[in-house]
Structures are given as C-alpha cells and as structure tokens.
Design a protein around this ligand. Structure first.
Ligand SMILES: NC(=O)c1ccc[n+]([C@@H]2O[C@H](COP(=O)([O-])OP(=O)(O)OC[C@H]3O[C@@H](n4cnc5c(N)ncnc54)[C@H](OP(=O)(O)O)[C@@H]3O)[C@@H](O)[C@H]2O)c1
Length: 268
C-alpha cells in the first residue's frame, strides 16, 4: 500500500502522458511530475501503456484531449512517432527521433528531442563544457545520437564515437560532421588517451556485472567523465573517474535539465 499523492489532480490540473511499452519500469513520470510541480506548474504526468500497433490511434486521440499539454515518448516509440506528428523541431529532425511532444491548442503536435541538450546543460552545471574540446563518446544508441549532435552544437572540435556495433558509430559520425562541419567526427576505439572529455551513453554500468565501457587506466585528472545512466547514481565508470581525479557529471542531471527545456517546449 503506498501513500496518497502530495497534491490533488483536479479539472484544472494539466495532464502529460509518457507513452511506453512496457510501462511498469517507468520512473520518469515521478521525476517529471515532481520537477514540474517544483517549478510551480499544476501538472500530473501519467505513464500510458501503448503497444506499437496502437500508437497511431493513440496519437490521433491525443489531439482531442484539451487539458493535455503534451507527452513524453520512450522505448519503443521514439522513432515511430516522428511520422505521426505535424512538426519536428530542428534537433528532432537531425536525430530522427522524438522524446517530447507539445500539444498545441488546436491539437497540432510539435516534437523535439531534448536528450542531447539536457545532457549538455547538465554537464555545464557540473563545470564541464565542450567548447574546443576533444570528446570521446561511448555508445551510439538512441540517447547517444541526440547527445552527439548536441556535443557538436556545443562546440566540440573533435568527436570520437566508439560503439559495439561499429556501423551505427560510423553512420552517426558522418551525420554529425555533415550537420556541424567544424566538428571532426569519426569512429574511434574506446580508449581515453588523448581526449579532454569522456561521455558514456552506453547502457554499460546499469548492471553490477557489466564491464566498464572504457579502460580506466587511460583516465587522467585533466579529463572530464560524464555519465547518462541514472541508476546507480555513481556507476563503476564514475567511481574510477573520481579515483583518477576527473571532474564528473551524473546521469540524473541530464534528466533534470531536460525538465527545464521541457518547460520551454511546452510553453508552460
Ligand atoms: N539520464 C537521462 O536522462 C537518460 C535519458 C535516456 C537514456 N538514459 C540511459 O542511457 C542508457 C542508454 O539508453 P538508450 O535509450 O540510448 O539505449 P539504446 O538505444 O538501447 O542504446 C544502448 C547503447 O549501449 C550500447 N550497449 C548496450 N549493451 C552493450 C554491451 N553489452 N556492450 C557494449 N555496448 C552495449 C549499445 O550498443 P549497440 O549499438 O552495439 O547495441 C548502444 O550504443 C540507458 O541506461 C538509459 O537508461 C538516460
């Protein structure tokens, strides 16, 4: 038995959904509700279990929900939703996936991808910036795609991408260099030497028996190490980075800063 909500959901409360399949593990609704309410908004965020075959009619129905400000989208819908909405903001177009959608007053839907900017904002708050830096990004999955474009937009001069599936790294590197020609983006081995900043966007570190995504013997105190995994808060990579004397940033700050950008997207 859990306690009652610390706030009331009334007819004045604005609603957001998070569309996902499966849905039982979703915690983002708790974080988003808490952070948006802390910013003074009477909003409740509710996970919705939507199967891929039902995504299109769900998105169509949402257009008619007048107290819905928007919705978040997570696995497996982030790419599929792109063709179902009316407008894509520039980062969503570059990345090819959407993680938040605004429902405009006329029911039109505008999508953005806030993963990358949330990551860069969060790192900045931890004293890490990427202007003129050589960055090694580990991983080229969904979140990694958005982060790579945002690292280039944030001024990284070189971006090495190491990924288990190399074809994904080379496709991403080429796309980032096309969009941001000033950033040299290339496929790289997962070796830290020679970089100013290491960014882990792989899922390695979530499970206790995961190998480290990069050999920690290559870390040195002048490097920064950033993580996007939220649980555990201090991953083995971050622990190794702390031991090596590196500046670090935590996965939770990426989500916290997405909330601030979400406030702008939803025009709250
Ligand atoms: N902090 C936040 O706000 C935030 C937001 C989104 C996601 N996340 C977290 O970020 C992580 C990645 O999420 P995602 O949505 O990007 O997932 P994803 O699309 O499935 O990508 C997973 C990435 O990890 C790599 N990977 C997975 N297992 C691996 C293994 N055993 N060995 C080597 N590489 C492996 C994948 O490589 P391949 O390409 O070879 O499969 C890929 O690069 C998750 O922990 C997620 O919870 C955090």
């Amino acid at each position: 038995m859990t306690g009652s909500l610390p706030f009331e959901i009334s007819g004045k409360t604005r609603i957001m959904f998070i569309l996902a399949d499966p849905v039982a593990h979703i915690r983002g609704s708790v974080v988003l509700t808490r952070e948006l309410r802390a910013l003074g908004h009477d909003i409740a965020v509710l996970p919705l279990h939507v199967k891929p075959a039902d995504l299109e009619r769900t998105v169509q129905a949402i257009r008619a929900f007048h107290n819905l400000v928007g919705f978040g989208i997570t696995i497996p819908h982030k790419i599929a939703v792109v063709s179902l909405i009316d407008e894509l903001l520039p980062q969503a177009k570059l990345v090819g996936s959407v993680n938040f959608v605004r429902r405009n007053p006329d029911g039109a839907l505008t999508g953005d991808n806030l993963d990358g900017i949330g990551f860069v904002d969060g790192a900045k708050q931890s004293g890490i910036d990427f202007i003129g830096k050589r960055v090694l990004q580990l991983g080229a999955g969904g979140a990694g795609r958005s982060i790579a474009f945002s690292l280039a937009a944030a001024g990284a001069k070189a971006l090495g991408i190491a990924n288990r599936t190399e074809s994904r790294a080379s496709e991403l590197a080429a796309a980032v260099h096309r969009a941001y020609p000033a950033c040299q983006a290339f496929v790289a081995p997962a070796k830290a030497a020679g970089y100013d900043a290491i960014v882990n966007t792989t899922a390695l570190g979530m499970q206790a028996d995961d190998p480290l995504p990069v050999d920690p013997s290559g870390l040195s105190p002048e490097m920064s190490v950033s993580e996007i995994i939220m649980s555990p808060e201090i991953t083995p990579l971050l622990r190794a980075a702390q031991l090596a004397g590196c500046r670090i940033s935590l996965g939770k700050s990426m989500l916290e800063h997405q909330v601030k950008r979400l406030e702008q997207l939803l025009a709250l």
